[in-house]
Design a binder for this molecule. Structure first.
Ligand code: SF4
Ligand code: SF4
Length: 114
């Protein structure tokens, strides 16, 4: 499903999300995995890994079971960082979780229209 999203001080951008993706909550509310932020632009660790600032992030993953998006770089770091030893995966996952402030609430101010 296509949406037009506008972030403050940014141009309009068309993004494509799963038809069952939840609607974006207000900024500051709990993250529900709508995927809009990562479809618009990449976060700092993704910029380092994928060398792109524009979305959609290659690590943005859809969970059919939970009907929400999640961060593949955080949940399966070795999938995107092939050189990472197995023993370092859990630590890296926690590091990325802190870096992207997972669980801290929605920090995306985009205005989204279907
Ligand atoms: S941080 Fe906000 S925009 Fe990003 S996935 Fe969570 S709810 Fe959606
Ligand atoms: S690495 Fe994860 S949090 Fe960062 S932009 Fe990609 S999917 Fe989103």
């Amino acid at each position: 499903m296509a949406f037009v999203a506008t972030k403050k001080l940014m141009r309009e951008q068309t993004i494509h999300l799963h038809r069952n993706a939840p609607a974006k909550p207000a900024e500051g509310q709990a993250c529900n995995g709508c995927g809009i932020c990562c479809a618009l632009e990449t976060c700092p660790p993704a910029r380092l890994r994928f060398m792109q600032a524009k979305g959609p992030c290659p690590a943005l993953a859809w969970s059919e079971h939970k009907a929400r998006y999640y961060c593949g770089l955080m949940s399966s770091p070795r999938k995107y960082l092939g050189w990472l030893p197995l023993f370092a995966e859990a630590f890296t996952s926690r590091l990325i979780s802190r870096w992207i402030a997972a669980g801290k609430g929605c920090d995306c101010n985009a205005d989204v229209q279907p």
